[in-house]
Write a protein that binds this ligand. Structure first.
Ligand code: PLP
Length: 383
C-alpha cells in the first residue's frame, strides 16, 4: 500500500482506479450532454445486466435508494412486516421504515454469517410481505432455501448484494435470486462510482414501476411534464455511470484481487486455532469484500480491543456489524426487543468480529504486517 495514501495507516477499504476510469469520466464530463446525456447510463446498465444475468438494471444514486424503490414497487407499506437479518449495515433495514412498514430481525447462520433460512421462516407472520437476505462481506446465505420458503408464504425477496458483486452460489450470481437484487457502489465497495447503486430485476412490471418511481412519476422519455403521482428523484449522474462502466470492464481483475487478498490472510492465519475467517461453502464463490476474523469468545478479547490494538499499530479496521436489534436507532421498536432475546448466533458472534484491511491497493507486505500484529495479540507468535 502506498504510504502517502492514508497517512501511513493501512486502510480498511478503498478502490482501485486506473487510467481507464479517469479517461471515461473525462469523456463523460466533456461529452455526456444533449443527445448524449444517457449514453453512459445505457452502457453501464446493459453491461451490468449482462454480468449479473438480469433482464433489467437501473442505475441509482445509492443501494439505499434501490432498496427503497424495491419496497415501493412491491407495494410494501404501513402494517406490513419485512424480515431482515439482524447482522447487516442499517441501510438494509432503514428503507423498511421509510415506507412505514416494520422490520423483523432474524438470526444469522454461524458459518456464512448471513440470514438463516430456518430463522427467516420462524419470523414469517400473516403480515410478512418481503424478506431482504443480505450477502454479508461477499458471502451468501442459502438463497435457494430462502426463496422456497418465501414462495410458499407469498413473500417477495429483495436480495441485498451490496457487498457481494461477483459472488455466486449454485451457479447463480449474487443479486439474481430475488424479485429485485440491489448493489452499492459506495467508495468502500468492490466496484465504486463514489456513491451509487443498481437495482436489477427480471420482472418487466417492477422495472417499469421503478423507472417511474425514481423520476417524480414520469415514464421514461416523458416530454409532457404532467406528473401522474408524487414520487421520488433517484438518478445517477453520467460521470458516475462512466466511472462504473470502466470499473465493470475490470470486474474480473477486481474480484481476482479480492480473492488474492483473502488467500494472503488465509495462508497466514489458517493455523491460528482461536479465529475463524469468512466461509466459502461448497457451491459458493465468495468475492470477499471484507476479510473478517471472528475470535473465540474464550480468548477474552472483544472487537473494540482488537481494533484499538490494530490502530496502535497503524492499521485501520472495522467492527463486525452490531446486531440491528441492539442499536439505539431501534431501541423503541418492540420487534427489536424480541430479536434481542431470540437471535443467539448474532449476539454470540458480533462482539468478537473484526473486518481487516481489504482495500484493493493492499499489498502482500501489508497483510504480513496485519497478521503479525494479530498473531502477537493472540499469543500465537510468528509462524
Ligand atoms: C453499503 C451497503 C448498503 C448501502 O449502500 P449505499 O450505496 O451506501 O446506500 C446496503 N446494504 C449493505 C449490506 C451494504 O453493505
Amino acid at each position: 500500500m502506498h504510504k502517502g495514501l492514508n497517512g501511513g495507516r493501512i486502510p480498511v477499504s478503498g478502490p482501485w482506479i486506473t487510467a481507464r476510469e479517469v479517461d471515461y469520466v473525462r469523456d463523460a464530463v466533456a461529452s455526456a450532454w444533449y443527445a448524449q446525456a444517457n449514453v453512459y447510463h445505457d452502457r453501464f446498465e446493459r453491461a451490468f445486466a449482462a454480468y449479473t444475468g438480469a433482464a433489467h438494471a437501473v442505475a441509482l444514486p445509492s443501494c439505499t435508494a434501490a432498496i427503497h424503490l424495491s419496497l415501493l414497487a412491491l407495494g410494501v407499506g404501513p402494517g406490513d412486516e419485512v424480515v431482515v437479518p439482524d447482522v447487516t449495515w442499517i441501510a438494509s433495514a432503514a428503507p423498511v421504515s421509510y415506507v412505514g412498514a416494520t422490520p423483523v430481525f432474524a438470526d444469522i447462520e454461524a458459518d456464512t454469517w448471513c440470514l438463516s433460512a430456518a430463522a427467516f421462516e420462524a419470523c414469517v407472520s400473516p403480515r410478512t410481505r418481503a424478506v431482504i437476505p443480505v450477502d454479508l462481506y461477499g458471502g451468501m446465505p442459502d438463497l435457494a432455501a430462502i426463496s422456497e420458503i418465501a414462495r410458499a408464504h407469498g413473500v417477495a425477496v429483495i436480495e441485498d448484494a451490496a457487498e457481494a458483486l461477483g459472488s455466486s452460489r449454485d451457479g447463480r450470481r449474487a443479486g439474481s435470486f430475488g424479485t429485485t437484487g440491489v448493489f452499492s457502489f459506495h467508495g468502500s465497495k468492490t466496484l465504486t462510482t463514489g456513491e451509487g447503486g443498481m437495482l436489477i430485476t427480471g420482472d418487466d412490471a417492477i422495472h417499469a414501476r421503478v423507472l417511474r418511481l425514481r423520476d417524480h412519476g414520469r415514464p421514461p422519455g416523458d416530454r409532457h411534464f404532467l406528473n401522474a403521482e408524487i414520487a421520488w428523484k433517484y438518478k445517477m449522474s453520467a460521470m458516475q455511470a462512466a466511472l462504473g462502466l470502466a470499473q465493470l470492464e475490470r470486474i474480473d481483475e477486481l474480484i481476482e484481487k479480492k480473492r488474492l487478498i483473502f488467500d494472503w490472510y488465509r495462508q497466514r492465519l489458517a493455523d491460528v486455532p482461536q479465529i475463524r475467517l469468512n466461509a466459502e461453502p461448497a457451491g459458493m464463490c465468495n468475492s470477499y469484500w471484507m476479510v473478517t476474523v471472528i475470535l473465540d469468545a474464550a480468548v477474552g478479547l472483544g472487537k473494540e480491543a482488537v481494533m484499538s490494538h490494530l490502530l496502535e499499530n497503524m492499521i485501520d479496521s472495522r467492527p463486525f456489524f452490531h446486531p440491528l436489534s441492539s442499536l439505539p436507532a431501534y431501541s423503541d421498536l418492540p420487534q427489536a426487543a424480541a430479536a434481542r432475546a431470540r437471535n443467539r448466533v448474532s449476539y454470540e458472534l458480533s462482539p468478537y468480529g473484526v473486518n481487516l484491511p481489504s482495500g484493493l491497493l493492499l499489498e502482500e507486505a501489508d497483510v504480513d504486517r496485519v497478521c503479525a500484529v494479530l498473531r502477537s495479540l493472540l499469543g500465537t507468535g510468528a509462524r
